[in-house]
Every structure is written in structure tokens, then in C-alpha cells.
Design a protein around this ligand. Structure first.
Ligand code: 4AD
Ligand code: MG
Length: 434
């Protein structure tokens, strides 16, 4: 007899079923042992009665422990007293691998749960988050694929910086200096001249010390790049994209309710999103009592103040030229600003997307890079950027794109307290294991 999953087995009341899973709970009362069995589809109560199984099965059931892997077969019954309304009355029971005493019990420190992450991933909470994460990755790809995008695969080891270049992990590449990429944008840009609409979904690395609830040193970065787009068109796409992901996820009501997430609030995420300029955001912050001046970047507390009473994501567009990167074009209508936008998630979650138009003309790019060097007191190693700059000499076109942190999006959608729970093995300034 082949094993089937718990979710399928509960549809076979009165029939014999075979199950493979892990012992989630165990309780013994005289001649009956009750187990709660877990597999990927859920849990079910199992009753092993001494007088209904052979000696070997009874011995195995007595020996089994929490988190042991087991195999059993028995008759599926409806039982109102059982936690999920079903109970399997075992006929045969065997241990596949008996677990040593499981190091995670009910109340544990956050640090222990992180040290034992490889085991904590079996908790109901992490199982549900990892399912939702997988869905979010699929919905994201599904949307872009349906809009004619091609998924591309940029290199992770690079010579050139992307954003600031300052927060990069350095590595030795056969005797010369190389870096782990902090954004795949420059490579994605390269590919719009052949494939027009592309995206990459690979890790980005940030060697920032910042110990906040939204910074990882390694995160999954989705970066679409589109030929013939301006930032306005890119914002329209972002709205529809984010709404697609939220709408799709909202349909998984069982998963969301297990995670304590209100699915109707996700179903309400629809275009259009609110759009405010940087200048208006600054004013709103001043009105809330923050002392802000032109050119100040927004910190975690500012993002929280702006978004905590919002229900949908909101764009902040056209930021000051001095705080945004070298590839963003000057806004011809207001030369203090560049043509860009950040998308801020509601309920205080803050930035989930950063995007902009790209400077597509050679001379404009040279001018802007020189300006950024002067303003920031940095020197670009032009040789490292030469290939990317050169794109502006061979049939360049206007283009735009954006970068979305997958874990930031998952943190918001599932209303997680900390970004580390949105990824199986978080990498943070104080965490490299397991
Ligand atoms: O705003 P960022 O730095 O923009 C870029 O890297 C652009 N090159 C993207 C592009 O236009 N292709 O990063 C983009 C997004 C942020 O909005 C945020 O969601 C996420 O990446 N992000 C992080 N996520 C987790 N941990 C970190 N340390 C992150 N830093 C950025
Ligand atoms: Mg940003």
C-alpha cells in the first residue's frame, strides 16, 4: 500500500489509509497511545490501541518520540473529539527514524529558535510562512511571464557596484578584487536592448550594519527592466504587479488565517495606489512633528509615520537628486529632483520597491556621474562601468525598471514582526549560521 497525504486521507472515511509523517504530539493513556501526525498537508490524530495492533507495532508506538518520522496504516474515522475532526485507528505502526529529545519545546528564546533554525523550520508557523513565500515567488513570476517578460540570470560575482558601492561584500576572485552583487540592475539594463522586457530574481547582498527589522545581508531581489518605459509607466506596472500578488495570496484563506492574516485586507489591494511627491511627503512629516528639510532621506521612523494608517501601498516619487544614485535622470520639470519612485507598504512596513527611469544618453550619464562624484566625494572606477556606459553608444533607448525585496513584500503581506522570518536561513550582521 502506498502512502497518501493527510489532506487526501481525510476524504476516505471508513477506508484503510497509509500515512508517512512526523510525530507532532504524543499522549499515552494506559492501553491507548494518541499521536498527532504531521505531513506537508496538515495534521491528524492517530489512535494506537494495544489490543488492535500486533506486539511489534505497539512496542514501536511506545518508543516513538516527538519529531520521529513514522509510517502507519489504519482506518480513517470521523471523530468530533479529535483536533481536526478525524482520527486514524492504527492497524500497523512503525518508526522510520526515532528522534532524540527535540531541542525546541514550547517557550523558547528567539536566539535559540535562530540557532536551531534547521529544526524550527518544522514549526507550523514556519511551515505556513514558507508555503506563502513559495506562492509569492510563483505569483510574481506568473504575472511578469504573462506580460511578455523574459527571466534572465545575471552574474552574482561582479566588479562594479550598483547603488553606492560602499556596502558591498568583497571577495577574492583569483587574485583580484570582486564583489557580491548588491543589485542586478546594470545587467538587466543590458538585456533590454535584446529582450526588451526582462527580470532577474536572484540574491542581492548588502554589507550594511543596520540592525533593523527590515534589513538582511542577503535577500532575494526581483528586478524588472523595461525598454521604452518611463517611470510613470513603470509605476502603473508596479501597482498591477503588487495587486496581482496580494489578490492571488488573498484566496488562500486557510493558510492566511493560520498565520493570523486578514485575507480581505489583501483582497482590497487594487490599483490605483496613492502617489505623493517627495516634497509632499516631507510636508506630511513636518505636519506630524518631524523636523525635516529638503534633501533628508527617510529613515525607518519616517516610513512608519507615513504609512501606519494606510491600507494600500503608496508611492513617493521624484526624490532630491543628491540622495539618489548616479543612473537616475534629472527631472526636466524640477531640476532639484530625479525621475524615480519608492513604493511604501502600509501599516508601517515601509519601502518594498525602489525604481526609476535610467539615464539613456551617453553625455547625460557622464555629466550625472561627475556630479555624483563631486557631491559624494567619491571616484567611480570608470573601467568597471565601461561596458554598461557603452550601452549608451549603440542604439540606446529610454528605459526604466525597479527592484523589489521579496522578503520585504512577504513581511508586509503576512504582517511579520521581523524580516528574518520571511527567509528560511537569514543572513544578518550577527547571523551566518545555520
Ligand atoms: O532601493 P534599492 O537599493 O534599489 C536598487 O537596488 C535598484 N538598483 C533597484 C532597481 O531599480 N533595479 O533596493 C531595492 C529594494 C528595496 O526597495 C527593498 O525592497 C529591497 O530591495 N532591499 C532590501 N531588502 C532586504 N534587506 C536589505 N538590506 C535590503 N536593501 C534593499
Ligand atoms: Mg531604496
Amino acid at each position: 500500500m502506498a502512502s497518501i497525504h493527510i489532506a487526501k486521507a481525510t476524504g476516505k472515511v471508513g477506508k484503510r489509509v497509509q500515512l508517512s509523517g512526523w510525530v507532532h504530539r504524543k499522549r499515552e493513556s494506559g492501553s491507548i497511545i494518541f499521536l498527532v501526525l504531521r505531513d506537508v498537508t496538515g495534521t491528524v490524530q492517530v489512535a494506537i490501541k494495544k489490543d488492535m495492533v500486533d506486539e511489534k507495532s505497539w512496542k514501536s508506538a511506545r518508543e516513538t518520540t516527538i519529531e520521529s518520522s513514522v509510517k502507519l496504516n489504519g482506518v480513517m474515522k470521523e471523530d468530533k473529539r479529535a483536533p481536526t475532526g478525524y482520527e486514524v485507528e492504527a492497524k500497523d505502526f512503525a518508526n522510520v527514524n526515532i528522534s532524540e529529545p527535540f531541542p525546541i519545546t514550547e517557550y523558547q528564546s528567539t536566539e535559540l529558535l535562530l540557532d536551531k533554525r534547521h529544526l524550527w523550520l518544522r514549526s507550523q508557523k514556519m511551515i505556513n510562512i514558507m508555503k506563502a513565500r513559495s506562492h509569492v515567488f510563483r505569483y510574481a513570476r506568473e504575472f511578469l511571464d504573462s506580460k511578455g517578460f523574459f527571466e534572465v540570470t545575471p552574474p552574482i560575482i561582479t566588479k562594479a557596484g550598483g547603488e553606492t558601492g560602499a556596502d558591498m561584500f568583497e571577495t577574492d576572485f583569483f587574485g583580484s578584487k570582486a564583489y557580491l552583487t548588491e543589485s542586478s540592475q546594470l545587467y538587466a539594463e543590458t538585456m533590454v536592448f535584446s529582450l526588451e522586457k526582462v527580470y532577474s530574481l536572484v540574491p542581492s547582498f548588502r554589507a550594511e550594519q543596520s540592525r533593523t527589522t527590515k534589513h538582511l545581508a542577503e535577500y532575494w531581489h526581483l528586478e524588472p527592466e523595461m525598454a521604452h518605459y518611463d517611470n510613470k509607466k513603470s509605476m502603473d506596472l508596479q501597482e498591477r504587479f503588487i495587486s496581482h500578488i496580494a489578490q492571488k495570496l488573498s484566496k488562500d484563506t486557510a493558510l492566511l488565517s493560520a498565520l493570523g492574516v486578514d485575507s480581505s485586507s489583501l483582497a482590497d489591494i487594487k490599483p490605483p495606489f496613492k502617489k505623493v511627491s517627495y516634497e509632499e511627503a516631507l510636508q506630511a512629516l513636518s505636519d506630524k512633528g518631524f523636523n525635516m528639510k529638503w534633501g533628508d532621506d527617510l529613515g525607518v521612523e519616517h516610513e512608519r509615520a507615513l504609512t501606519e494608517s494606510e491600507e494600500k501601498p503608496m508611492f513617493i516619487y521624484n526624490w532630491p537628486r543628491e540622495i539618489k544614485p548616479f543612473y537616475m535622470p534629472i527631472n526636466p520639470r524640477d531640476e532639484r529632483t530625479v525621475l524615480c519612485s519608492d513604493l511604501q507598504a502600509p501599516h508601517g512596513h515601509g519601502e518594498i520597491i525602489g525604481g526609476s527611469e535610467r539615464i539613456w544618453k551617453y553625455d547625460d550619464l557622464m555629466e550625472r556621474m561627475a556630479e555624483v562624484e563631486k557631491a559624494k566625494g567619491v571616484k567611480f572606477n570608470m573601467a568597471n562601468y565601461q561596458w554598461w556606459i557603452e550601452l549608451r553608444k549603440y542604439g540606446s533607448v529610454p528605459h526604466a525598471g525597479f527592484g523589489m525585496g521579496m522578503e520585504r513584500v512577504i513581511k508586509w503581506l503576512l504582517n511579520l514582526d521581523h524580516i528574518r522570518d520571511a527567509i528560511p536561513f537569514p543572513r544578518m550582521s550577527n547571523r551566518l549560521e545555520p
